[in-house]
Design a protein around this ligand. Structure first.
Ligand SMILES: [Zn+2]
Length: 315
C-alpha cells in the first residue's frame, strides 16, 4: 500500500505524519519548531523526525512514495522553496524540498497551508467527488484554497486564493495585515471577534463572555461559548462575522460558481454559529443560479487537514 509523509510546519510545532492511500494517519508525532535557532536547526530536527518515523513504523525510503510540506506563508510550489513564512522567523528563501530530497531521495513537494487543507478535503474530506469548490479557513486570518475542474489553483506566482483581502469597503475601514484597508480579513477573523467583544464592554455593560473569561483574556472560543449559552451580544458578534464572510463569499460564488464552499479553521469550529449567517447572506445576496447550486458545509479533516493534504502533494 502506498504511504506518504505529510509535514505541517507551524511557528510553534512541526507535525509529521505517515498517511496511507486512504488518507488515514498511520503514525504521527510533533517536534518543537525552535524558529529562533535558525532554519538549519529546524530542518535537522525535521530530518531526525523523518528517521524516527521510519524506524517506529518499520518503513524504509523505498516504502515512501512522497513527502509533502505545508507552510503558513509564501511558497514556490514549482521549485520547492519557502519564500517567506511570517510566523516562522528566518525562513526566507529556504530550498526545503531539495534539502529533504538530498537526504532521503524521496520526491518532496511543498505548498501553503490553505492549499494543503483544500487538497486534503478534495481527496478525503468534504470536497471528495467535487470538481469545483472553495475551501475557506477562518482563524487568525482568512485564507482559501480553490479547486477548479478537479485541480488546485495556484495562480501565476503561487499567490491565488487570497480571499481574506477581498475589499468590502472602498475608502477607509480597518487596517489589514496586508497594508491596505477595507479587506474582509480586517472585518472578520479571530482578532475581530475579540475586538468587537471588548468594544461592547467599553460602555461598562455586562456580557456572558466577560463572566466566562474571568480574569483572563477574552478569546473567540469564549465568545462562542457565550453565544452557545444564549448570550445575545455574543450571538450578534457571530452573526456580524458571518455576514462579512458571506459578503466576501458572494463575490467568489458569483465569479466561480462552485458546488461547495467548505469552511474550516479555528474560528469555523464554532459550526453553525458562523455557518448559518454565512448561508443566509449567500442565499440573499448571491446571484440566483450560483446560490442555488452551492452548498456551504463544514470542513471534515479538522486539525489533520494540513498533514493529510501535504502528504498528497507528491503524487
Ligand atoms: Zn488585506
Amino acid at each position: 500500500m502506498a504511504k506518504r509523509i505529510g509535514i505541517d510546519v507551524g511557528g510553534t510545532n512541526v507535525k509529521i505524519a505517515l498517511v496511507d492511500e486512504n488518507g488515514k494517519i498511520i503514525y504521527s508525532n510533533s517536534v518543537p519548531t525552535y524558529a529562533n535557532m535558525g532554519y538549519e536547526y529546524t530542518v535537522n530536527n525535521i530530518k531526525q523526525s523523518i528517521k524516527d518515523l521510519m524506524r517506529e513504523t518499520n518503513t524504509t525510503e523505498k516504502d515512501i512514495q512522497g513527502i509533502g510540506f505545508d507552510f503558513p506563508g509564501q511558497v514556490d510550489y514549482k521549485t520547492g522553496v519557502v519564500k517567506l513564512a511570517p510566523n516562522i522567523p528566518g525562513w526566507v528563501n529556504v530550498p526545503i524540498a531539495k534539502m529533504i530530497e538530498d537526504e532521503f531521495h524521496i520526491p518532496t513537494r511543498i505548498d501553503n497551508d490553505v492549499r494543503c487543507a483544500a487538497l486534503g478535503e478534495l481527496k478525503f474530506g468534504a470536497g471528495k467527488g467535487c470538481e469545483n469548490f472553495v475551501c475557506i479557513t477562518v482563524g487568525t486570518g482568512i485564507g482559501s484554497g480553490l479547486v477548479i475542474n478537479g485541480q488546485l489553483v495556484r495562480g501565476a506566482a503561487n499567490a491565488a486564493g487570497e480571499i481574506g483581502h477581498i475589499k468590502l469597503q472602498t475608502h477607509g475601514g480597518p487596517i489589514c495585515g496586508c497594508g491596505d484597508t477595507g479587506c474582509l480579513e480586517a472585518f472578520a477573523s479571530g482578532p475581530s471577534i475579540v475586538a468587537m467583544a471588548y468594544e461592547y464592554l467599553k460602555g461598562g455593560k455586562s456580557a456572558k463572555f466577560r463572566e466566562l473569561a474571568g480574569d483572563g483574556e477574552i478569546t473567540p472560543y469564549i465568545v462562542a461559548k457565550a453565544a452557545e449559552a444564549g448570550d445575545p451580544v455574543a450571538k450578534r458578534i457571530f452573526e456580524i462575522m458571518g455576514e462579512y464572510i458571506g459578503m466576501g463569499l458572494v463575490s467568489v460564488i458569483n465569479l466561480l460558481n462552485p458546488e461547495k464552499v467548505i469552511v474550516g479553521g479555528g474560528v469555523a469550529e464554532c459550526g453553525d454559529l458562523l455557518l448559518e449567517p454565512i448561508r443566509r447572506t449567500v442565499a440573499s445576496r448571491a446571484m440566483v443560479v450560483q446560490r442555488n447550486s452551492v452548498q456551504i458545509v463544514p470542513a471534515q479533516l479538522g486539525n489533520s487537514a494540513g498533514v493529510i493534504g501535504a502528504s498528497m502533494l507528491a503524487s
